[in-house]
Ligand binder design. Structure first.
Ligand code: HEM
Length: 160
């Protein structure tokens, strides 16, 4: 049963959409900077900018998206472990959150500090993670609108 009023549910859904699709937008901005750096744009501009973007926008948004996503499931009739589409999104977002906090953020900050001395390997390293995560977020968006694969457990019928 939903624990929110209709207005509360709409507000939470709006927050969920703004944060999660904002996350996708920030990811695309990171990918754009990675591609620009790879194509020869000034590294002392591009990589420190990518470091700032990931530290002050992408990483905090990752935590917020996870929290608001879980709230959108727990506080609505969808539940967190009732529907496969919700579980798939939970797993996807949790894996991404771990990768962003443990790998991407420290790596981008280090690369930003070493900007003038980057080799091709470093430059490609800043394209692959945002390209993969943008793909995953597009999958999460399509899964959200199509809601495929049905229930994890059969619904419990209430007695009349
Ligand atoms: C912890 C991870 C997440 C969970 C548990 C989760 C759960 C949910 C739930 C339960 C809803 C339905 C809310 C309602 O009807 O009031 C929803 C809607 C939606 N979610 Fe997520 N979400 C997560 C992450 C994401 C991500 C990463 C994206 C996209 C980048 C996303 C995109 C959407 C969209 C577009 C909708 C609207 C679907 C519609 O109304 O047809 N979600 N989500």
């Amino acid at each position: 049963m939903s624990r929110l009023s209709p207005a509360g549910r709409k507000a939470l859904l709006t927050l969920h959409l703004v944060t999660s699709l904002g996350w996708l937008g920030a990811d695309l901005a990171l990918l754009t900077l990675g591609l620009a750096g790879w194509r020869g744009a000034e590294p002392t501009v591009v990589y420190p900018a990518a470091g700032l973007l990931v530290t002050y926008l992408f990483a905090p948004l990752s935590v917020l998206v996870w929290l608001v996503g879980v709230a959108s499931a727990v506080l609505t009739p969808w539940g967190l472990l009732r529907w496969r589409w919700v579980l798939v999104k939970l797993v996807l977002t949790t894996v991404m959150l771990g990768l962003v906090l443990l790998l991407l953020t420290p790596r981008l900050r280090a690369v930003g500090a070493a900007a003038p001395h980057l080799d091709t390997h470093d430059r490609v390293d800043l394209i692959v993670p945002p390209a993969i995560s943008t793909g995953l977020l597009l999958v999460a968006t399509v899964v959200s609108t199509h809601k495929p694969w049905g229930r994890l457990r059969p619904a419990v019928r209430r007695r009349a």
